[in-house]
Ligand binder design. Structure first.
Ligand code: ZN
Length: 66
């Protein structure tokens, strides 16, 4: 499993693997991942934001800063 959420500290998308996943659960809109970047930033990613391609939902901003 690999994903590339936007990390505000890096100011870019960062490729992560399941080793970066703190927790994972199913929310009302599907699975949600809580991740921790190598820089220490933590965020959330739902299934709309888990694509590194051009899915431009607002939910792609689904990276919520705790
Ligand atoms: Zn980072």
């Amino acid at each position: 499993m690999m994903f590339a959420p936007f990390c505000p500290t890096h100011d870019s998308k960062v490729l992560m693997t399941r080793r970066n996943v703190l927790s994972f659960w199913n929310g009302p809109d599907g699975s949600v991942i809580r991740w921790k970047c190598t820089c220490g930033h933590e965020g959330f990613l739902d299934r709309h934001g888990d694509s590194s391609d051009c899915v431009s939902h607002d939910e792609a901003a689904a990276i919520l800063v705790p």
